[in-house]
Write a protein that binds this ligand. Structure first.
Ligand code: GTP
Ligand code: MG
Length: 137
């Protein structure tokens, strides 16, 4: 098995979707290895999404990700990164497949409910950014 990292973004917390999204994650066979509610600072978000810092939407993205608390979690499953990206659906919820988390719970490209790591390498980096070893089970 391997691991991925997720965030239930501020819009999911604001709208009361935490429980529903965690149910989908459990039903899809992911084991929760670590989880907490936290809020990213502007510096955290700029570092976390540094790969996008030249993009026109970067300021909006940082404002969105820092405007309220998130749920950060590490998830374990066979083929975790790829299977979780399939479970959340396309970045733009308008393009997301039926039944995916973004189709069900995301409002737009700029408020798309959840994050999922895009590679095993990034999953490990992102998990370590948010959780110490003692917070991982
Ligand atoms: P993450 O799992 O959050 O990394 O999303 P992703 O991998 O599906 O998309 P990507 O890494 O390309 O973009 C990161 C995030 O930037 C997206 O999830 C969106 O929240 C935001 N984003 C991407 N494109 C746009 C855009 O055109 N406009 C706005 N406002 N936000 C965008
Ligand atoms: Mg991404």
């Amino acid at each position: 098995t391997n691991r991925t990292f997720t965030m239930l973004k501020p819009d999911s917390v604001e709208k009361g979707y935490i429980g529903a999204i965690l149910e989908k994650i459990n039903a899809a066979g992911f084991r929760i290895v670590a989880m907490k509610m936290t809020q990213m600072t502007v510096a955290n978000a700029e570092e976390f999404y540094a790969v996008h810092n030249e993009r026109p939407f970067f300021g909006e993205l940082v404002e969105y990700m820092t405007r309220g608390p998130i749920i950060a979690a590490i998830l374990e499953k066979e083929n975790a990164v790829e299977d979780f990206r399939a479970l959340i659906g396309a970045t733009n919820p308008a393009d997301a497949a039926e039944g995916t988390i973004r189709k069900l719970y995301a409002a737009s490209m700029g408020e798309n409910a959840v994050h999922g790591s895009d590679s095993d390498e990034n999953a490990a980096i992102e998990a370590a950014y948010h959780f110490s070893g003692r917070e991982q089970f």
